[in-house]
Write a protein of this length. Structure first.
Lengths: 106, 259
């Protein structure tokens, strides 16, 4: 289970630039570290992040082994219409986590 | 110049096998400052921002566990109202009246599980126990640390204090030699803190995750090349009590961010 924290303004004016923040709990194991017995700890990272605004992609990012644990992303978009923002993370094995937030645009 | 002489003396002292035991003078309470003081401004900013602070990922999970009935006969929330619990974290470790044992917050949660929730104790340092502890402690943010060290707790306090002032490990260093005698000075690239536990369980950048105060003790013990004790052991709980008394009046910061 991965905890997710989102920061999305509940309301915004049409045309306003809004700040979105997304934090997910994930080890982002780089694959370069060794355990106490010298064995390589297998890589386990989130590779893709995407934010959709009423189904339309407004932000996406590729993540790599150099990204620290519990990746935290801050980005902006323009508030166009009321609806749903969906945040989706995908790991190297295709497992996904997602969370949504509603926004009312006036 | 005087600082340099003192540091050299401390180093010389550390090398001599038959060096005299360090003087056992407790930290002056008026000098006590949180580990927050010694962080870089960037790390302080991370702790100050309740959204960006990754420790809140665990607090959120702890809040969910607190209300959950999964694997327990009754949820924590069925007995405890969150605001009333704000007094819990700053007063632990404390003596459990029923058993007479000294327990810290982790121990208290496991006692509740055994007595009222018909559940197995959660392993120390497990994500579930860390999350619950972090959530409960976060309710006390800003409250001053205040533990009882006399009466039934006196023997444990003495044991914890003894651990703090005893030299150990290949480097033959006592906790006090860094955290009482040399706090505010540099150790490699870091500034030595006073070793207060007021922010734990804390998110350590080195761990890339949340960890307990006992895990931090293990790191310090390993740092002086001594064999770390088990997390949750009586000695570590006693040390936690001594440190809590030493932090008397400092505000709780859980979940803090530390290096």
């Amino acid at each position: 289970m991965s905890a997710i924290r989102l920061s999305v303004p509940a309301t915004a004016r049409a045309g306003e630039v809004i700040e979105l923040k997304a934090l997910i709990q994930h080890e982002m194991e780089s694959g370069f570290r060794r355990g106490s017995r010298g064995e390589i700890i297998p890589r386990d990272i989130i590779t893709d992040f995407e934010c959709r605004y009423n189904g339309e992609t407004v932000f996406r990012a590729s993540l790599f082994p150099g990204v620290a644990a519990n990746p935290f992303l801050t980005f902006h978009t323009v508030a166009t219409e009321s609806g749903v923002l969906e945040f989706r993370w995908t790991d190297q094995d295709g497992e996904t986590w997602s969370e949504t937030a509603d926004i009312t645009v006036t | 110049m005087r600082a340099r002489v003192a540091a050299a003396a401390a180093l010389l002292g550390a090398c001599g096998a038959d060096a005299p035991a360090p003087e056992r003078t407790d930290l002056n309470p008026a000098d006590a400052v949180s580990g927050y003081t010694f962080l870089t401004p960037e790390t302080q900013a991370l702790q100050d921002d309740d959204f960006a602070n990754p420790g809140f990922l665990w607090v959120d999970q702890g809040r969910a566990l607190f209300a959950s009935t999964d694997g327990v006969s009754a949820s924590c929330a069925s007995c405890h109202e969150a605001p009333g619990l704000a007094a819990a974290a700053p007063t632990h470790p404390k003596i459990d009246a029923a058993s007479g044992d000294l327990v810290n917050l982790e121990g208290r949660i496991n006692l509740c599980r055994a007595r009222y929730q018909d559940a197995e104790p959660l392993p120390y340092e497990s994500e579930a126990l860390l999350s619950l502890t972090a959530y409960v402690a976060s309710l006390s943010r800003g409250a001053p640390m205040s533990v009882v060290v006399d009466g039934a707790a006196q023997a444990s306090y003495a044991m914890g204090r003894d651990y703090f002032f005893t030299r150990r490990g290949q480097l033959n260093l006592a906790c006090s030699q860094c955290h009482d005698d040399n706090w505010g000075r540099k150790l490699r690239g870091d500034t030595i803190s006073q070793g207060h536990g007021n922010g734990f369980p804390a998110y350590r950048l080195e761990w890339q995750g949340l960890g307990s105060l006992h895990r931090r003790f293990q790191d310090c013990d390993a740092g002086v090349r001594a064999a770390p004790l088990d997390a949750g052991s009586d000695t570590y709980v006693a040390l936690e009590l001594y440190l809590a008394a030493r932090s008397e009046g400092l505000a709780m910061e859980t979940p803090a961010v530390r290096r």
